[in-house]
Design a protein around this ligand. Structure first.
Ligand code: C2E
Ligand code: MG
Ligand code: MG
Length: 431
């Protein structure tokens, strides 16, 4: 259908044409530009001067657009006060911007109504296939979004901020190099100590992965783990961490008695059918007599199939492997599962610990978790401990262990062995 007022294509017809043109352009690797043109104050014009005045304005805008339209371009009215102009021959976004400026210049003279003249202004949102969109729907969405942004910023023309080509190639680049990180020996194990509050001695360490990328330097797991999930890198990485952490812990001094080495296990790995075999094989391979293996699992791991997860964790505990529930308090936990939870310790999420000084409710949450854990025979560790006052508070509340920058930041494995040798227990904590 055509729009009855202007005779231009209406929205459905425009969308069909857009899809066809984008498909064709894709085949021939030709760019397509899209301008979405929004008439400013249109509803006010309608309200103040009547619908016939609104129609005159729309016809005036349509005339200007027809004037700018070249052969092979398409023009449509896609909303009450919105037009779309599809530019089939553009080389880059600059061409589309030129077309937008031309439209705005041609609309500078006021539109003549019966008894008055009104100034008619338009805001234009631009998008380009394939630079900012890889299909017809996205092309329209990105142009409409650019229009909204321009209106918000009170600018006459809006262009999308992110260029799809660059985003994709950047991501692809990271994915490819991350995928090869193990083969190129670019992963590193960092250790962060866990300290007993009762004795002041170290009781073990958590292994934290780092990626030493030749182009980006040391990359935080927070940055690359989401990508690792999407490219199936989690499993090889976890197996690598498990074996490396165990191997490195064989060097640890015996002066502190039994220690534990903790490895983080993401939910997707606990779900795998060969998970328990992987862990038991690694545990057996790296023989130690003074370091226990501990697995840190998050609450989400226990949600999807709680029975299967409990079975696996129980089996591992039967083999002397410790289980710790990481980031405790942030996930889904029901009191009822506590009774059967196959775990040794709860690790209170750092958000509660950091908020201890500022928010009363965190004090309640932390003391509640400690009491509850003890009642169920579990140990409690607080992570994210950054100062002495918090250490004193946790000690008073009978929290068992602490981990945090106050004692040590995560450090490279070799450095941690030396740290462990040189550590002097903190005995002067006020009770
Ligand atoms: P997480 O397992 O809860 O690890 C604790 C995080 O808190 C670590 O960040 C550690 O550096 C940081 N942290 C410890 N004490 C403090 C403190 O006092 N203040 C502050 N601001 N931060 C502290 P990191 O190493 O960046 O790891 C972040 C998360 O990435 C980890 O949270 C864990 O979920 C994940 N991750 C790290 N290494 C591995 C790994 O080997 N495998 C898997 N699957 N996940 C890992
Ligand atoms: Mg952890
Ligand atoms: Mg944690």
């Amino acid at each position: 259908m055509n729009d009855t007022l202007t005779g231009l294509y209406d929205r459905p017809k425009f969308i069909d044409t857009l899809s066809e043109l984008v498909r064709y352009a894709g085949e021939y690797s030709a760019p397509v530009g899209l301008l979405v043109i929004d008439v400013q104050r249109f509803h006010k014009i309608n309200k103040n001067f009547g619908h016939s005045a609104g129609d005159v304005v729309l016809l005036a805008v349509a005339d200007v657009l027809k004037n700018v339209c070249r052969e092979d371009d398409f023009l449509a009215r896609i909303g009450d006060d919105q037009f779309a102009l599809l530019l089939s021959r553009v080389a880059n976004v600059g061409h589309a911007q030129l077309a937008a400026s031309k439209i705005q210049r041609l609309l500078e003279p006021p539109v003549r109504l019966e008894h008055r003249e009104i100034q008619c202004a338009v805001v234009v949102g631009i998008s380009l296939f394939p630079s900012y969109a890889s299909d017809a729907d996205t092309l329209l969405q990105t142009a409409e979004f650019a229009l909204e942004q321009a209106k918000l910023k009170k600018e006459p023309v809006g262009v999308p901020v992110n260029k799809i080509e660059e985003e994709i190639s950047e991501e692809w680049d990271i994915e490819v190099s991350l995928d090869q990180a193990i083969a190129r020996s670019e992963l590193r194990v960092f250790f962060q100590p866990k300290i007993s509050l009762a004795t002041g001695n170290p009781v073990g360490a958590e292994a934290l992965v780092r990626w030493d990328s030749p182009t980006r330097g040391l990359v935080s797991p927070q940055v690359f783990l989401p990508m690792a999930e999407t490219i199936g890198f989690m499993k090889p990485m976890t197996i690598w961490m498990l074996n490396s952490a165990l191997r490195l812990s064989t060097d640890w001094t015996r002066k502190w008695g039994r220690l534990s080495v903790a490895v983080n296990i993401p939910p997707s790995i606990l779900d795998q059918p060969d998970f328990t075999d992987l862990v038991l094989n690694a545990d057996k391979l790296w023989e130690r007599d003074n370091v226990d293996l501990c697995l840190e699992v998050v609450e989400e791991s226990l949600v999807s199939d709680i029975e299967v997860a409990f079975k696996k964790l129980s089996l591992l505990r039967d083999h002397g492997i410790r289980i710790s529930i990481d980031d405790f308090g942030t996930g889904y936990s029901s009191l009822s599962y506590f009774r059967d939870l196959p775990t040794d310790e709860l690790k209170i999420d750092q958000s509660f610990i950091k908020g201890l000084k500022t928010d009363m409710s965190n004090i309640h949450i932390v003391s509640l978790i400690i009491e509850m854990a003890h009642r169920f025979g579990l140990q409690v560790i607080a992570e994210g401990v950054e100062d002495r006052e918090i250490v004193s508070y946790l000690k008073k509340k009978k929290c068992d262990q602490v981990q945090g920058f106050y004692f040590a930041k995560p450090m490279p494995a070799e450095e941690f062995s030396d740290w462990l040798n040189a550590f002097k227990p903190i005995t002067d904590e006020p009770e």
